[in-house]
Write a protein that binds this ligand. Structure first.
Ligand code: PLP
Length: 389
């Protein structure tokens, strides 16, 4: 089956965050939305068929997750990433960001320190700070054109600041870095040594590109398995984030019993009837769609790179190793924050995420979502060029 990712689907008027919430976020509605991380591609038919079949049974009572649902997650993670998960280690969570919030609330106290690595997906700062925790960033460093972790900096923070938790973005949004197993092993070694729990957000893990590989944190060493809480989802992979279906794996029995007991007591891990149906269909039937979607995304990234090299040399796209978000270095435009926003929003008519959203060290950058039909993407690049010239 050949999927048509060139198809332009009208999304306005569908209560789409990306399309229908532009006014409150960007002050206008006439923008090409290339911001929040969902795709403008239709999902594979098996997901829609499974949902329709369930909806046709017109009683929407309380539901429970059957073994097929759990097994679909276990099989997917084993086949895709070699991540062996026992059923007892797995639970449902209603969203990865909520999972981060649950872990923070359960394992840390007001005033406790939480480490993140900016520039990073902005809820990594917002969620702990909103819960009264103190956030410390071990900023990423740029080495030979590639972002890397500052492991010495991390050790110094662990030693001096005594944080209780680290939130790891694996792969790392917004730059799409897939972390090397050795880097992850070092993080695990330090976390174990200094008593830090690592929450590993692996929501972009299925979207490794250009031959790169995602390594689930819990698989890299015994120490990593011991200190980690892994959060994953089919949502980015199969473009179903509106379904709200995510999962959590905790290998360490002591952490697990305490965390899962608390989730259970509050019913935070109760599935809903559509999330289990969509998840199982996606994991069982979606791999061909995913392969084609990733190939289309890779071609979109290359198209952006070629366009910038030929037509917009002031903008330098950084090739992501995973996911559909391209980090654009706009520093050669010599614009301040307000000037950059004005250029993209008011002059070019584009809604992207601005780099400062991900930490002040993201200044002079923009994050471009390329999971859209090529015609839309290249139309946006031409609008940007016209606005700059
Ligand atoms: C790294 C990362 N984590 C979590 C999320 C959101 O996950 P959820 O919708 O399951 O809360 C996103 C969405 O862009 C993300 O990039």
């Amino acid at each position: 089956m050949i999927y048509n990712f060139d198809k332009i689907v009208e999304r306005h008027g569908t209560d789409s965050l990306k399309f229908d919430d532009l006014l409150s976020r960007y002050g206008r509605t006439d923008l090409t939305p290339l911001w929040v991380a969902d795709m403008d591609f239709e999902v594979c038919q098996e997901i829609t068929a499974a949902l329709k079949q369930r909806l046709d049974h017109r009683i929407y009572g309380y539901s429970c997750a059957d073994e097929g649902y759990w097994q679909s997650i276990i099989d997917w993670e084993r086949n895709m990433h070699g991540f062996e998960i026992d059923r007892s280690e797995l639970t449902y969570i209603p969203g990865v960001v909520k999972g981060i919030g649950f872990a923070i609330n359960h394992f840390t106290r007001q005033g406790d320190k939480v480490v993140i690595q900016e520039p990073v997906y902005h809820p990594f700062r917002i969620v702990p700070e909103g819960n009264g925790r103190q956030v410390i960033s071990n900023d990423l460093i740029l080495k030979d054109g590639r972002h890397d972790m500052d492991l010495e900096g991390l050790e110094a923070i662990f030693k001096d600041e005594k944080p209780r938790m680290m939130i790891l973005c694996n792969p790392h949004n917004p730059m799409g870095v897939t972390w090397a197993p050795e880097t992850l092993r070092q993080v695990a070694r330090l976390a174990k040594q200094y008593g830090v729990i690592v929450v590993s957000d692996e929501i972009h893990g299925d979207l490794a590109l250009f031959g790169h590989k995602h390594h689930p944190f819990a698989t890299v060493s015994d120490e990593a398995a011991e200190v980690s809480i892994t959060l994953g989802a089919p949502s980015k992979t199969f473009n179903i984030p509106g379904i709200v279906s995510s999962w959590c794996v905790v290998k360490n029995p002591a952490l697990r019993q305490s965390f899962y007991g608390w989730l259970e007591a509050n019913e935070f891990n109760d599935t809903n009837f559509l999330s289990t149906v969509a998840t199982e269909a996606a994991y069982k039937c979606g791999s061909e769609w995913l392969d084609q979607a990733k190939a289309y995304i890779e071609r979109n990234i290359i198209a952006v790179e070629e366009f910038c090299a030929a037509e917009l040399p002031q903008i330098k796209p950084m090739r992501p190793e995973a996911s559909f978000l391209v980090w654009l270095d706009c520093s050669e435009l010599n614009l301040d924050h307000a000037g950059l926003i004005d250029l993209f929003v008011n002059k070019a008519g584009l809604a992207l995420n601005d780099g400062e959203m991900f930490g002040m060290n993201g200044a002079c950058h923009m994050r471009l979502n390329v999971a859209t039909p090529r015609k839309v993407l290249m139309g946006a690049m031409h609008k940007l060029k016209a606005a700059i010239l």
